[in-house]
Design a protein around this ligand. Structure first.
Ligand SMILES: C[S@@+](CC[C@H](N)C(=O)[O-])C[C@H]1O[C@@H](n2cnc3c(N)ncnc32)[C@H](O)[C@@H]1O
Length: 471
């Protein structure tokens, strides 16, 4: 009864806009309608029945007509909602806004303070978050105290706020458009100006709209692509389809302080590997030599060269090789990197075999990086008997960092077993295994690190049987 008519009307409107979820004991079925709009009854209901109201942020839900839209019509998202506001003198405006940080409206593109049309220019309206503030009693003790101390009138005003497409978040737009009850995703990976998504079948009819929304809502994204499931198994790049924006696939990214440029549709690049690149590069010192067997566009090779290592970097994909050379120049590392466009096995049995004998006589460390997780473990057999014509030495043997995927329950044991089998030498207790990342449910990317055994490098042809290894 003590509510003003205006407040009552506001609550009524709020009731219609909110979805009120209540946990009610089965025997205590109550009619929520009249209760929800009247505060004193509402408190009573809470007291008596322990109802737990949860206000969900449905107030910003776009008009229902947008459901099923496949071509983006931004105008259709425009609506007017009622939000509470406080009338505040300009003299204390900044302090009040600061004190009410948690209660003011927070929407992209919506101002928190607006000109109070009805009053003189000495006052402004501070717009409040309708999910947090439904009456004066919604303010916390500290907020209420601040309002008193700044002599803000204890009265809620109601402001008709026009919300447009620009004020909505991408999830809100997509949730309103895509079929109800089905998974809505606005997740994407960012590679320079390109956002790449992995849409499910039920999202495909909306693919261009999804692309447009992602582009609109993410500054700097000027191209959105969908990664189809077809992976080019040789070069590890995905087939992709442009959903929105310019069809410019040449991306520029920065990883661990190094700049890379490449055609994202024709080479391999994964922004989720930056920590792994850094982890390995940190083990490399000035003067070391690095053989990068599957170098891609250079994320191990170039940082290592910049640290002062001598690098031999190889990739079978002619496009990767081209961008690798480009990135060496871009980062002024070309004097430290020799690049090759060979099959990994040919690289090991060619340039690596040629360089290794001299390096083994030196003091600086030698690293071999093999990041082709789908196949690299199988390439380890290329080291068997590689130097069998040379005089064996124990000194300065190379450290190999070899990657592998595993779907095994015990991925550590699995990758060590497969590496041992390929080398023909048991690596158990002679290597370390690092979990890199989970790439899919039940599929892990691992890195096995070991000193290349002398027995493998110098074994003669008839020892290439791998008999010592249990398969
Ligand atoms: C998983 S990517 C890794 C690229 C880079 N090292 C990185 O960390 O981003 C593997 C790379 O191996 C290359 N590749 C695939 N098969 C190859 C082979 N048989 N010999 C040499 N390179 C190969 C691909 O073109 C691709 O660039």
């Amino acid at each position: 009864e003590n509510s003003s008519n205006k407040q009552f009307a506001y609550r009524n409107r709020l009731y219609k806009q909110f979805v009120v979820k209540a946990t009610i004991h089965a025997e205590l079925l109550v009619s929520l309608k009249p209760v929800a709009v009247h505060q004193s009854l509402w408190s009573e209901a809470r007291l008596v029945f322990s109802l737990k109201p949860i206000m969900e942020p449905k107030l910003y839900r776009p008009p229902l007509e947008v459901r099923g839209m496949t071509s983006l019509d931004k105008e259709a998202f425009t609506q007017t909602i009622t939000v509470p506001a406080l009338r505040v003198s300009t003299g204390v405006l900044n302090k009040v806004v600061k004190s009410l940080k948690k209660s003011t409206i927070q929407r992209p593109g919506v101002p928190r303070v607006i000109q109070d049309k009805e009053e003189s220019s000495d006052f402004r309206l501070v717009l409040l978050d309708p999910h947090r503030v439904s009456s004066l009693s919604s303010f916390s003790e500290a907020e209420a105290e601040a309002l008193r101390s700044f002599s803000v009138a204890e009265e809620l005003h109601y402001y008709e706020l026009k919300l447009t497409y620009d004020n909505l978040k991408s999830e809100e737009v997509l949730e309103a458009v895509l079929p109800q009850g089905q998974d809505v995703t606005s997740a994407f990976s960012r590679v320079g100006h390109i956002a790449h998504m992995n849409l499910r079948d039920h999202q495909l009819p909306y693919k261009n709209l999804i692309g447009q929304v992602i582009m609109d809502k993410n500054p700097g994204v000027t191209c959105v692509v969908n990664k189809t499931n077809i992976i080019d198994s040789t070069y590890r790049n995905f087939k992709m389809e442009v959903l929105a924006g310019e069809e410019n696939m040449v991306a520029k990214v920065k990883e661990n302080g190094v700049t890379y440029e490449f055609d994202f549709s024709r080479v391999y690049w994964n922004p989720r590997l930056s920590t792994e690149h850094q982890r390995v590069v940190q083990l490399i010192k000035r003067g070391d030599t690095v053989f990068d067997v599957f170098a891609g566009v250079g994320p191990f090779a170039i940082p290592a060269a910049r640290l002062g290592a001598n690098v031999l970097a190889n990739d079978l994909n002619p496009e990767s090789y081209r961008w690798l050379q480009h990135n060496c120049k871009l980062n002024k590392a070309e004097s430290k990197v020799r690049s090759f466009n060979l099959d990994g096995r040919a690289f090991i049995q060619g340039p690596l075999k040629q360089e290794l004998p001299a390096l083994l006589k030196g003091k600086a460390s030698v690293h071999v990086v093999m990041n082709l997780p789908a196949l690299a473990l199988e390439f380890l057999d290329a080291f068997r008997g590689l130097l069998h014509q040379e005089t064996p030495t124990d000194e300065n043997l190379p450290t190999v960092h070899c990657y592998g995927f595993s779907k095994n329950d015990d991925p550590d044991t699995d990758v060590v077993k497969r590496a041992s089998c390929s080398l023909g030498f048991p690596l158990e207790n002679r290597c370390s295994v690092h979990f890199v990342r989970n790439v899919a449910p039940n599929k892990d990317m691992m890195c096995v690190r070991f000193i290349l055994p002398k027995d493998v490098l110098y074994c003669s042809d008839d020892e290439h049987t791998g008999e010592s290894v249990q398969q």
